[in-house]
Design a binder for this molecule. Structure first.
Ligand code: UD1
Length: 434
């Protein structure tokens, strides 16, 4: 159990390169199992979720060469396994994408149900409804979801909720189905579009990704390809918010500004300066943030995954901010931790009412999930004194080399291992090094 120790109060300054999108990567890696030959995937974030997923694919018989510099080679010509056991999938929620992929590839899939998580129950009824509409029989037996189909046949599927996971999983299953599948009320997130683009690079025929109606014309064969993953929208937003929170001046580099419009709009509303370039965004924290209200929504609305980091920033806003969490039912646990640092928030069901305070003070806190961890890092950067964040493994699941990036921007942060030994990075010519 490692901890991050942050000596707060430093303004972040400089340029930070954003990594490839986690939520695209965790779907694209399993999607590569659909190709007849090698896929070479670039701009892969080297994060724990990706490392675990690469291991799962290896255990299932795929040839996987993961390069820590950010690429992966996957070839499945010898793979016969259509089952993923609990020991494999419990380490990673998004392993449900294996269901759609294995069903399309082998006509059968058995994947242990990964279970709930700290941000609320994570049902997959819409994924299952989609597979059944394509002609699969799906049962849950002893914690394992089993799906079988002699053949998958295209169909029209209306999603009852806008679900990223269901949209992607149905696309994965439908690419090899006979005929055309239409997903109505589909998710429009940038990572949904990225997965569709990856599948199209393999020879799939998907149209409409990024709108609420996606059409997938099934094909007989998908081939290997070379593909570059888009930049991570949530990591980008996290550094933008951290810049604003510390009164800093940070340019996030290699990003797609269009994906960040909801965040940019809120930062401007708070009185921050945001300057967009073609593939970079500069955020200057000009003043104590003004209060704002936020309602999380599917894309292009304000992303739920940035609600937690943003609420850390709002904890020092001038006035009362109201956050309505419309996507996950239990996503305010980090506010109890920020309260230990002097924050003042009242939570009523899916609404958090945050009374901004002038200052936060360092304290020991616990990350309860990935983005809660990001929120606590931001709180720690703002706070006076020392903040120690436990459960860092949540943060490592989704943020690549987070201390390197923060130290490069001037943060004072170190990692404490389970034996209490500290690992501290220093700044060498603009880059952080051990
Ligand atoms: C993905 C992201 C996660 C993000 C979420 C919403 C990945 C790996 N994770 O999660 O970081 O917070 O999108 O942007 O991409 N729902 C159902 N039935 C279903 C599926 C979902 O009721 O079958 C509900 C969920 O309970 C939730 C909402 O739909 O309230 C959105 O969930 P969904 O978009 O599916 O989230 P994930 O794909 O799991």
């Amino acid at each position: 159990m490692e901890k991050l120790r942050i000596y707060g109060g430093k303004k972040l300054k400089g340029r930070v390169k954003i990594s490839g999108a986690k939520n695209a990567a965790v779907a694209i890696l399993p999607a590569a199992l659909l190709a007849d030959d090698t896929c070479l995937i670039d701009n892969l974030p080297y994060i724990d979720d990706v490392i675990v997923l690469a291991d799962i694919l290896k255990e299932m018989g795929a040839y996987v060469k993961l390069n820590p510099q950010g690429s992966i080679e996957i070839n499945v010509s010898k793979m016969k396994e259509y089952r993923a056991h609990y020991d494999m999938v419990r380490r990673m929620r998004a392993s449900y994408y294996l269901l759609g992929v294995l069903l399309a590839k082998f006509g059968k899939a058995e994947v242990a149900f990964p279970g709930g998580c700290a941000i609320g129950t994570r049902p997959i009824d819409q994924h299952i409804k989609g597979f059944e509409a394509l002609g699969a029989k799906v049962v849950l037996e002893h914690g394992v979801i089993k799906a079988y189909a002699d053949k998958l046949v295209g169909s029209e599927i209306y999603l009852d909720v806008v679900s990223v996971g269901a949209t992607i999983n149905i696309m994965l299953a439908a690419v090899r189905a006979e005929g055309t599948t239409t997903i109505v009320n589909a998710a429009k997130e940038p990572h949904v579009v990225d997965v569709a683009n990856f599948l199209n690079s393999m020879g799939a025929k998907i149209k409409g990704a990024g709108t609420d109606t996606i059409r997938i014309k099934g094909v007989d064969k998908l081939s290997g390809c070379e593909y570059t993953i888009i930049p991570d929208q949530i990591e980008t937003g996290t550094y933008m918010i951290a810049a604003a929170a510390t009164g800093g001046d940070v340019t996030v580099v290699d990003v797609i500004p269009k994906h960040m419009e909801a965040v940019t709009a809120k930062l401007l509303e708070m009185g921050m300066e945001v300057i967009e370039g073609d593939d970079e965004i500069r955020v200057i924290g000009r003043q104590r943030p003004r209060k704002v209200n936020i309602k999380t929504q599917p894309y292009p609305g304000f992303p739920t995954d940035l609600q937690q980091p943003m609420s850390a920033l709002l904890s020092i806003a001038d006035g009362v901010s109201v956050i309505t969490e419309n996507v996950w039912e239990a996503r305010f646990k980090h506010l109890d931790e920020i309260a230990r640092m002097g924050g003042n928030a009242k939570i009523e069901d899916r609404v958090a009412i945050i009374q901004g305070v002038e200052k936060l003070y360092g304290a020991p806190v616990i990350a309860t999930d990935l983005r809660a961890g990001a929120a606590l890092i931001i709180a720690g950067l703002i706070a006076e004194g020392v903040t120690e964040i436990s459960n860092v493994e949540f943060i490592d699941r989704g943020y690549e080399t987070i201390e390197h990036k923060l130290v490069s921007l001037g943060a004072d942060i170190e990692r404490v291992d389970e034996n209490g030994k500290t690992r501290r990075l220093t700044l060498v010519e603009g880059t952080a090094a051990l």
